[in-house]
Design a protein around this ligand. Structure first.
Ligand code: ADP
Length: 385
């Protein structure tokens, strides 16, 4: 089957919205239309949730080896972890008793994804759920639904059974009602969301109605510290963020280079920009910047650098460059973020968890810790032994 879809998969069938409504998906480079996807609503979501709930009854009993083999065929991520969902047996204070501690899949999970990294984030969320033995309903971003649908076609081709992965697409206008349907459904056991802090807070509130498991990977605003001992060439090569330049200019920032839209490349392009004299009150200092903008603030001592880096409500990732081993250990511990990259701009490994602290979210994605988000831990006491 082709990978460019205009329907979504629900209960093993590629279907349209019940109303037949669609929305256009645009190429952000020039605004041209690349395809269309179903513009669904909460009633379509309810059908998808039912299908996932029905499929869970059998999928939860599929062996870890079978789940692993399927994941290896389509998204690979988590394929090995599926086989390593372990339990423990602990002793009891009472004679003739043992206590088993077992991880079980929580049930149907709702996966809501953003426009950035549409393949990676979708594949990882789906793989984590399936590895744990959960089924899912995926709600991709309105900007990038086609990438999600192509991943799901690959999963179907690999033989993932019907109802295990279901998708609901919609334009932005219906995102809130579908989000609410997922958060408030009695059949959904947990939500995994990547996106803005504003929407994350809405979902957190909605999930409270059923004390629902929630994993939030929200916005970040990563500090990038370059200490005296750093390899400066490497640090410069590794840095790239995005931002709001005019406001910084009006508050006295100095635009060293760039600072204008790159009109020759297209309407949505911006020149690579370097800003100095950046102060704490500027948006470019405080906000997550999606664009080729680097803002530079000087610091003199390690204490001052770290204090500036942690003076934010966000805590997704931090970066620093140093060749001083003691400083590497010290600063890694002091930075307040879920991940820290030292002398590296990428960080991470499929075996390491990813996720923020503070207003950057709760819970972890990827690795055995991500799978734990899709499991609950049950204690089973056995007597008469
Ligand atoms: P981004 O701009 O990075 O995509 P958003 O938080 O705006 O971040 O969107 C992330 C995802 O959340 C998208 O799939 C979007 O459609 C969805 N979304 C937006 N508003 C809501 C809402 N109120 N409830 C649930 N999902 C929402």
């Amino acid at each position: 089957m082709g990978l460019l879809k205009d329907k979504v998969l629900i209960n093993g069938e590629w279907v349209s919205a019940a109303t037949k409504a669609t929305f256009n998906v645009k190429n952000p480079r020039n605004g041209s239309i690349v395809g269309a996807a179903p513009h669904m609503d909460a009633s379509d979501a309810a059908v998808a949730i039912e299908a996932a709930n029905e499929a869970f009854k059998t999928w939860q009993n599929v062996t870890a080896d079978q789940r692993s083999a399927l994941l290896r065929k389509c998204v690979a991520d988590c394929a090995e972890e599926a086989k390593r969902i372990k339990g423990e047996i602990v002793s009891s204070p009472h004679p003739g008793k043992k206590c088993l501690i077992e991880r079980q899949p929580i049930g149907v999970v709702g996966l809501i994804t953003p426009w950035n990294f549409p393949l990676l984030l979708t594949a990882r969320k789906i793989a984590t759920a399936l590895a744990a033995g959960c089924t899912c309903v995926v709600k991709p971003s309105e900007d990038t639904p086609l990438s999600t649908l192509s991943v799901i076609q690959l999963a179907e081709d690999a033989g993932v059974p019907k109802g295990v992965i279901n998708v609901v697409t919609c334009d932005r206008a219906n995102a809130a009602q579908i989000g609410k349907a997922l958060c408030e459904s009695r059949l959904i056991a947990g939500i995994s969301f990547t996106g803005s802090t504003v929407v994350g807070k809405i979902l957190y509130q909605q999930c409270a109605s059923r004390i629902k498991r929630l994993c939030l990977e929200l916005g970040g605003n990563a500090p990038f510290l370059v200490f005296n001992s750093a390899n400066i060439d490497k640090a410069v090569e590794t840095a790239r963020v995005c931002g709001i330049v005019e406001e910084a200019k009006s508050r006295g920032a100095n635009i060293v280079t760039g600072g204008q839209p790159a009109k020759e490349a297209g309407k949505l392009f911006y020149q690579p920009t370097l800003i100095t004299n950046v102060t704490k009150d500027m948006q470019v200092y405080k906000d997550e910047i999606f664009g080729p903008v680097v803002s530079v603030t000087k610091f003199k001592t390690e204490e001052e650098g770290v204090a500036m880096a942690v003076d934010t409500e966000k805590g997704l990732a931090s970066y620093f460059f140093s060749q001083d081993v003691a400083q590497i250990f010290r600063v890694s511990r002091l930075l307040q973020s879920g991940t820290v990259a030292v002398n590296d701009g990428m960080g991470g490994s499929p075996l390491a968890p990813f996720g923020g602290i503070k207003e950057s979210g709760i819970g972890k994605e990827g690795s055995q810790y991500g799978i734990d988000e899709c499991c609950y831990i049950k204690s089973i006491t056995i007597g008469d032994l």
